[in-house]
Structures are given as C-alpha cells and as structure tokens.
Design a protein around this ligand. Structure first.
Ligand code: BEZ
Ligand code: FE
Length: 309
C-alpha cells in the first residue's frame, strides 16, 4: 500500500499495528495513533508547529537526570498523572484517596519507629509540628476498621523555602519511613509544610508560563502507606486554609485530604516531645483498602505450589 493522504493514512498505520504480538501494546498503540492523528487534523498542525513540539519534547528529555524528572512534571501539569490515578484507584469507600507521586520521591529514606524526629539534620527550620494518628483498615460502609500494626509510612516534604532536598546537593531532609506500633499508631515530629512553586526553570515551566500560569502547589506532605494484605496508597495531606488549594498546578487536591494543623500551647508537652512551644499538631488517620487482587494472586501461587508438591 502507498499513496496515503490525511483521510487514509490513519487506517494504514492502524492496519500495520495489527502485527503487534502483545495485545495490550497493540490496543494502546492503535488508540494512541488514532488520537494523535485526530489531534493533528483537528488543529491543522503546521510543520513549524510540530517541529516546535519535537524541540519541546527533546528539551524535556534533556532536562531529566538522576534527580530531575521533567517528564513526570509534564505529565503532572497536563493532569495526565491524576487522570491515571483516578482510573486506577477505585478504593473502598472511606479509604484514603490516592494522588500523584510527583518527581521528588526517593527510595532509601531512614527507618523510624513511633515518635520519629524527621527534623534530624534539617538545614532549615520551620514551625514544629507533631503528626500522629493510625493506619486503619477501610471498614465496610466507609467507617474506619481495625488498626494495622507494622504498616510503613514513607513520608517526604519540602523544606520551609519550598525546595526539596533532591533539588539541592545535600543529604536527605524531612524524609523518613515511619512504622506503626502494635496498636497501628504512628507519630513523628516535623515542620509544617509551606506552599511552593513546581520547578519552572525548565521547558515545563516555559509551557506553564505560556498557558495556565498555575505553577503553585498548596502546602502538603507526601505519604506512601503500605502494609501486607492491603493496597498501597500514594497520597498527600494538604494544609487547611492554604491559598492555593483551588489552583494546584498538578490537580491533586481532594477535600478528604485536607488536614487541620491545630496550635497547641503546652510547654510541658512540648518539652516532652522535643518541640518548641507553642507547636502545631496534625492528627491524621490513613485508611487502606484490602488488596483483593494481591490476595487472589497469593492464593493462586499457593494452589500452584500445592499442585507441584
Ligand atoms: C510535589 O508535590 O512534590 C510535586 C508534584 C508534582 C509536580 C511537582 C512537584
Ligand atoms: Fe510536594
């Protein structure tokens, strides 16, 4: 086949894609081709414009390195990351809602037990906050269920100036893997998060300036909460009253994820916790959905090994 035009080209590309062996890859590539061709037709894309697009995507790739992930940032500001989260996290009612991971998660944070101090080694002070709560099963009908001991909360947040440790040369800061105790409780000291701008010194920043202008993220801490037998949740806790809650650059704010940082004036308690007085307190429970798919897989594995034995 040859001699294609704007009306016949899409069908030919789709026909050739039928040779793709992996059925899921075939489905994704076919849909992608149909949509990008339709996009080009709809806006009547000029050659100059497409070359600009290629230059932009090249710059996004060139901006990436071990610490900077400009493609994640692009996906985030286009709302694609939250779209994928929304499609894939139909959690049990009452379970903690999932959000984007963002570009600043790092593996290998220090492990802590109950009462951790995530301010350890911080190069910049903030307002002291005591964060405490439980990790619970998401119970039936949205009510909280049983506490989950030994759950792990991987916590990270920006420093007081809105910059993450990964954006600097220094060591890990304001990060930690905090385990729940036998009663499913956790607690740690940290600083109150502040709102900040996403990195705008790269091609994604140029794109945001030329389009929506929304480059701010409301104050938040990040958490990945996991426990065997439960679905891991990647989530945020936002700060009630933040001026950017309705204009988040990456569309991650959910009403259920906005927490109250309450002022506590109690010199004795502050001293006991190693905090300055007055300090802030955030009480926050994370609720996990049972991992039915994981449990099914595990049962299948056991059945298969029983069959072999
Ligand atoms: C963050 O919250 O760390 C983040 C998420 C998406 C884009 C930029 C930053
Ligand atoms: Fe963040």
């Amino acid at each position: 086949m040859r001699q294609f035009n704007e009306d016949t080209l899409t069908n030919e590309v789709v026909a050739r894609l039928k040779k793709t062996k992996n059925p899921r890859l075939r489905e994704i590539m076919t849909s992608l081709v149909k949509h990008v061709h339709a996009f080009a037709r709809e806006v009547h894309l000029t050659e100059e414009e497409w070359f600009e697009g290629i230059k932009f995507l090249t710059a996004v790739g060139q901006k990436c390195d071990g610490k900077r992930q400009e493609f994640i940032l692009l996906s985030d500001v286009l709302g694609l990351s939250m779209m994928v989260v929304a499609l894939n996290h139909k959690t049990a009612p009452g379970a903690t809602e999932a959000t984007v991971l963002g570009p600043f998660f790092a593996h290998g944070a220090k492990e802590y037990g109950y009462g951790a101090d995530l301010r350890e080694g911080a190069t910049m002070k903030g307002e002291d906050v005591w964060v405490s709560g439980r990790v619970l099963e998401a119970g039936k009908n949205g009510s909280p269920g049983k506490p989950i001991p030994n759950a792990v909360l991987d916590i990270w947040q920006a420093k007081a100036d809105g910059i993450y440790d990964l954006q600097t040369e220094g060591e890990f800061e304001l990060r930690g893997r905090v385990k729940t105790n036998a009663k499913g409780e956790y607690a740690f000291a940290s600083y109150k998060p502040n709102f900040y701008s996403i990195p705008v010194d790269g091609p994604v920043g140029d794109m945001v300036r030329a389009t929506t202008g929304n480059h701010m993220r409301p104050a938040h801490m990040h958490a990945i909460v996991s426990a065997p037998g439960f679905q891991q949740v990647i989530t945020h806790v936002f700060v009630e009253g933040d001026p950017h809650l309705d204009g988040d650059a990456v569309y991650a704010v959910k009403n259920s994820l906005v927490g109250k940082y309450k002022k506590v004036n109690d010199a004795e308690r502050a001293k006991k916790l190693g905090l300055s007085n007055p300090f802030l307190k955030l009480e926050w429970d994370f609720k996990l959905s049972p991992d039915k798919a994981g449990a099914k897989k595990a049962r299948k594995k056991i059945a298969a090994s029983d069959a072999v034995a």
